[in-house]
Design a protein around this ligand. Structure first.
Ligand SMILES: NC(=O)c1ccc[n+]([C@@H]2O[C@H](COP(=O)([O-])OP(=O)(O)OC[C@H]3O[C@@H](n4cnc5c(N)ncnc54)[C@H](OP(=O)(O)O)[C@@H]3O)[C@@H](O)[C@H]2O)c1
Length: 287
């Protein structure tokens, strides 16, 4: 289907006038931004920031309980945000999301499994792929269908710096984020001529509680009887290093906002700067 043949009103237009042309280089956003996994952490902070900046945001959460908590937080902050339940693993939830006529989809929902890759139970690796890769792609495919009819749109995928360099003992999670890099790259190339722009966000370690949760998953199966139980001290040291490097969310929220608002969004948005440099060096030296 050629997008231009089916051009419906497109909400993603550059600001008119001198400021729009030369200064701000930002989009005038009348469109609907759907954020997944917005009940906590980076997703929630970004949804709030986008709403503060005047965007129309649909913040979605995995379950109804989280949706209720988020609604209260939105009210307390005095913001206008539509809150919806959207478990990206559920086909009926993904279908229901299409009623919102999405202009920008921010695929932020994610989970992580940890532990030595040599012995992690395979169903945990599959589960990790199911959420981070397959459900993200399934929602994206559904939304892209709508965007093709409109003739424009924007897809943003929250990957990770762990999708470009390997981080020890979170191999399964890294595999999913490496896969998202390829997913984003392929979508960007294939959808470019249909006026659908695709970017990937690569956060370094942020103190949202996510890394602690990921680290904890391994202790559900990794114990004294494990093949690599002798490595437990090295594993704990890696955890400590990861937790010690964590930041607060502002810099990554700013990058996601940039990817939403920029007239010509880049393929990749990375923060914090220190990790951006470290990862560039890591990639350069083949780590
Ligand atoms: N924090 C970091 O250091 C870091 C670094 C690199 C990349 N990232 C990525 O950034 C994204 C956000 O992470 P975060 O740090 O903000 O952690 P977070 O607060 O745990 O956010 C992850 C969100 O995804 C939601 N989620 C999980 N499964 C879902 C599903 N099936 N359907 C809908 N939502 C689902 C979670 O909901 P529930 O809480 O209800 O399960 C949670 O709100 C993730 O993709 C993560 O991989 C984070």
């Amino acid at each position: 289907m050629q997008a231009s043949e089916n051009l419906i009103e497109c909400s993603l237009l550059p600001d008119k006038g001198w400021a729009g042309l030369f200064k701000e280089r930002k989009l005038r956003m009348d469109g609907n931004i759907l954020m997944t996994g917005a009940g906590s952490g980076i997703g929630r902070d970004t949804a709030f920031e986008l709403a503060r900046r005047g965007h129309r945001v649909i913040a979605s959460t995995r379950n109804n309980e989280r949706a209720l908590q988020l609604k209260r937080a939105v009210e307390a902050a005095g913001l206008e945000i539509t809150v919806q339940k959207l478990d990206i693993l559920q086909p009926e939830d993904r279908d229901a999301a299409l009623e919102w006529d999405i202009d920008v989809l921010v695929n932020n929902a994610g989970v992580g499994q940890s532990g030595p890759l040599a012995e992690i139970p395979l169903e945990r690796v599959r589960d990790n792929f199911e959420t981070n890769v397959f459900a993200t792609l399934a929602l994206t495919q559904a939304v892209v269908k709508q965007m093709l009819r409109k003739g424009c749109g924007r897809i943003i995928i929250v990957g990770s710096l762990a999708g470009r360099v390997y981080v020890p003992y979170i191999g399964a999670y890294c595999m999913t984020k490496f896969a998202l890099e390829a997913e984003a790259r392929a979508l960007r190339y294939e959808l470019k001529r249909h006026n659908i722009k695709v970017s990937i966000i690569e956060p370094g370690p942020y103190g949202t509680g996510f890394n602690e949760q990921v680290a904890q998953t391994k202790y559900e199966w990794f114990d004294d009887n494990s093949l690599l139980a002798c490595d437990v001290e090295i594993i704990k040291e890696q955890e400590r290093k990861l937790f010690a490097g964590q930041r607060s969310n502002e810099s990554i929220v700013k990058q996601i906002v940039n990817s939403v608002e920029s007239v010509h969004p880049k393929f990749r948005y990375v923060a914090p700067l220190k990790y951006k440099i470290l990862v560039q060096l890591g990639v350069l030296f083949g780590r």
